[in-house]
Design a protein around this ligand. Structure first.
Ligand SMILES: [Zn+2]
Length: 410
């Protein structure tokens, strides 16, 4: 049970099982919930009555049931409560406010100045969130909490960002306490990939499956696993580092110590380096003019756009990256056998279809169990707000999903 939260109405494990079924199955009936959850019809009925009395769930119209007594559709009351989600990216911060269904009501982004200390950034971020809530007219009493997605690794117990790669100022930052100080709501933190995966579970592709993996292509590459309806975190809560699976043993040296891990071959920086190396050999490309003027002007976005326009150099590099992502996806399929792999993060912009197609081909032809079950591959449709929406979903998930409620701060 939470202490010091504004969530006295959040109930037992069974209540959260029922609520989770209603949230995932828009318009589900009591009978269907009983069938799905294994709870008795009477237990479901009592819990649903309590959720309706508390304003969390509402009844819709009757649903025809094949000639028998019509059933009543149940829905989550989206306006019962709200959550704030914050994504701290190395170069910008995103803030969203969502309703109880995880729908985005407000979204702001702000570039982070490299001169600012983390506490100054957190103070500014809190101002943005307070302004959003004020504009939406949502009182603090209706806010379940604040979720923050941070670059990993993090220490969830202590609420610390530990030592994100390439961000020295963020070493050992007590982000949870700082957010509580500036926002005065309960705070939950997680790494950006776990947050994005929970966002998929709450309001994206993961709503209808209990087993999926998430591959997060941002500035770096991360991942998360949602197995048997739970984020799988591992012994030290650092599971899901798909970015450091080796896909090319003779490849680039990574800061993790491996050579040729996915991040070292497929991060935006690696893609830019690979294209520059090809252009330096004098290969013909629509990017040559920019490269010849100043190689530094060539960025990841222009390479992705050129790849989609079938520029031979950009396309060759992006195709190779798609192969590496596919190799990693085959490892995921062999190791975890999930229903679904969701690929998200801002680095899939423009090239999402190239990745999706190639990775799908590889996971339908390489995993050992492919004839029994093929892992589907989809692109997240949460666009740039993915991790911030995921951060907000951390709050909803911790409050309402069975068994992860203990993650909300005391
Ligand atoms: Zn690595």
């Amino acid at each position: 049970m939470f202490s010091g939260t504004n969530l006295p109405r959040i109930g037992s494990y069974n209540m959260n099982v029922v609520l989770s079924a209603i949230q995932a199955g828009e318009g589900i009936s009591r009978v269907e919930i009983a069938k799905q959850t294994g709870l008795t019809a009477q237990t479901v009925s009592v819990i649903v009555r309590r959720l309706i009395d508390q304003g969390i769930v509402e009844e819709g119209g009757p649903v025809p049931s094949g000639g028998g007594k019509p059933r009543t559709a149940l829905r989550v009351n989206a306006n019962a409560s709200y959550a704030v989600g914050i994504h701290f990216d190395p170069i910008e911060v995103s803030v969203v406010v969502v309703d109880l269904m995880g729908r985005k009501l407000a979204h702001s982004r702000k570039t982070i100045s490299p001169e600012l200390e983390p506490e100054e950034i957190i103070a500014e971020t809190a101002d943005i969130a307070h302004r959003q809530l004020e504009q939406l007219g949502i009182p603090g009493s209706r806010i379940l909490g604040v979720g923050a997605a941070c670059p990993g690794p993090i220490d969830q117990d202590q609420g610390l960002v530990i030592s994100p790669p390439r961000q020295d100022r963020w070493t050992q930052v007590p982000i949870k306490n700082l957010l509580k100080r500036y926002m005065d709501f309960d705070v939950i933190i997680d790494n950006d990939a776990n947050a994005a995966a929970i966002g998929e579970r709450w309001c994206g592709h993961g709503r209808t499956t209990s087993d999926f993996a998430f591959l997060y292509l941002g500035t770096g590459i991360g991942g998360a696993m949602f197995l048997s309806n739970e984020i799988y975190r591992g012994a030290s809560r650092n599971a899901g580092e798909f970015g450091h699976i080796v896909v090319e043993p003779s490849g680039n040296l990574c800061y993790c110590g491996n050579t040729g891990c996915l991040e070292s071959m497929c991060s935006p920086a690696a893609i830019v380096r690979a294209v520059r190396a090809e252009l330096a050999l004098g290969k013909r490309s629509s990017l040559s003019r920019v490269f010849d003027r100043d190689p530094e002007l060539l960025d990841h976005q222009s390479i992705c756009l050129a790849a989609v326009a079938e520029d031979p150099v950009a396309r060759q590099v992006v195709d190779r990256v798609a192969d590496y992502i596919g190799a990693c996806a085959v490892v995921i399929a062999n190791a975890l056998d999930p229903d679904l792999l969701v690929i998200g993060g801002k680095s899939v912009n423009h090239v999402a279809q190239i990745y999706q197609q190639r990775v799908s081909e590889l996971v339908s032809s390489r995993p050992l169990a492919r004839k029994t079950h093929t892992m589907r591959v989809v692109i997240s449709d949460m666009a740039d707000a993915g991790a911030a929406l995921g951060a907000a979903s951390l709050v909803l998930h911790a409050a309402y999903s069975p068994s992860t409620a203990d993650l909300v701060s005391a």
